[in-house]
Design a protein around this ligand. Sequence first.
Ligand SMILES: Nc1ncnc2c1ncn2[C@@H]1O[C@H](COP(=O)(O)OP(=O)(O)OP(=O)(O)O)[C@@H](O)[C@H]1O
Ligand SMILES: [Mg+2]
Length: 543
Amino acid sequence: MSFDKSVGALGIVVGGSLSRGVDVRLDPEASPEDVKIGTYVIIEGASNRIFARVTDVTLESTDPRLRTSPMGTSDTQMARAMLGTVAFTTITVDPTLVIGGDVDVLLEGPKTAKTLPGYFSRVYAASSDDVEAVFGKEDERHVWIGSPLDMEETRVHLDVAELVKRSNGVFGKSGTGKSFLTRILLAGILQRHVAVNLVFDMHSEYGWGHRNENNREVKGLKQLFQSRVAVFALDEESASRRGVSADFNVRIGYDEIEPQDIETLASFLNLTEHATQATWKLARHFKHQWLKSFLALRSSEALAEIAAVLGEHEQTIGSLHRRLERLERLDFLVEQPSKDSVRSILEKLDQGIHVVLEFGRYGRDLAAYILVANLLSRRIHSRYVQRTEEALGNKDKEPPRPLVITIEEAHRFLNPQVAGNTIFGTIAREMRKYNVTLLVVDQRPSGIDDEVLSQLGTKLVCQLDNERDVDAALIGGRKLKGVLERLDSKQEALIFGHAVPMPVSIRTRDYGTPESYAALGLDEQTDYRRQEEMERDAKDLFG
Ligand SMILES: Nc1ncnc2c1ncn2[C@@H]1O[C@H](COP(=O)(O)OP(=O)(O)OP(=O)(O)O)[C@@H](O)[C@H]1O
Ligand SMILES: [Mg+2]
């Protein structure tokens, strides 16, 4: 808001209600163009200082004839005479928090506003200090995430310690800044030591840097935080093409794939319901190596024979075989991995080292992404459950570190068809019972199961244009539709939910410039390392 507080009050309270909002008649000195929807004001009540958000701006007049009067466009003197008398502007503000005045507030911090300020209370543009009083200062739990819209100099801080207690969502259509915002969140979680991250990095953009659309390099977590981050790669050729080296090459054994993984992939593999169900029978029949054993059946006679044993149609088994053969093209699937990837990931997480799993070329293969993310998360989660329960029953045992799992294209894992039986649905629903939460990143929130959406603690929503996506992203925040609709198409987000005391729309802080790395407390010069340093790092990490 550009109206200068030193000039005086923005306006005075002239009506309203707690449910609908407070009407503020704008001072004739202030132009309606000075007041934007979503920005913050302070109402100085008789005994309370109330923090409020502008929800509407209306041009009004005391004289209905104004609309029909034949006044010309050149009649500026007349126009000036009428402004503030016959013609005026009203803004509607939503009083949200009491931030001063009340003794309890001074002791305990902002409280929900439950009373209305009286008639003629003065209203001012909120200052940086007011915003800080609400969203907190940068400290051991708060990270700077951006600035309120139209308050470029003011910082909004997000309570990441609170954030990681629940699963959260970053939504927005393509190109709005979800990945940039996610990097800022991941860096914040890392710097504040509130959890360890496991990132399923579909587009290989969070570990090592990548080039943005202007061919500028954007650094990843590995470059910025070095040995505090381990990069696991599924496709080491892609890593070496980009001139980076992974700390660990992931191999997955065929025996690690379970029928429920195939169930999640059913639509990608074009499997009928019947064929999907047959995988359970195959697993019961062949046990551990069911997939490899089944794929090893190469003749139609062998397939007919197994179909008869399982009591299935030959055709069902034949087509299931053809479709599962597709998995053989995934080079990271091997008969006997030399190292257990899950164990290696868990070792890193236990040491407080953040893990980014880069998919390389497999990031373009949704089936591979879903298969790997599901399978690894299931096993990691099951270890977490076991260890959390052990810690509950035994005072000498420590529960595992809180873990945040980041997944892109989340609706593929959390759509209503699969959310009931995939590990991600389970994690989203059980909140933080076992110290694991999700950070779901998605451009199509309407594809996510409603129950999962309503479990998300905090949502960071960038511009969306599909009506259904808007409705889905705003579950738990329907009143914010107008605010969301006004976001710019890049680098702006609406944040609401339990990690912020009230909804806020921000311009996300810059990421990707030397200044932005410096602002993260990192020195541009030290993070480009030579090969030997990287090797030393790998040694530190893996012994
Ligand atoms: N915080 C930011 N700092 C600097 N640039 C940003 C920021 N947010 C967005 N941008 C700009 O917007 C572009 C798109 O952002 P980003 O890649 O995060 O979009 P996205 O929502 O993840 O898109 P997609 O759905 O296609 O993955 C970036 O390349 C960058 O130029
Ligand atoms: Mg992205």
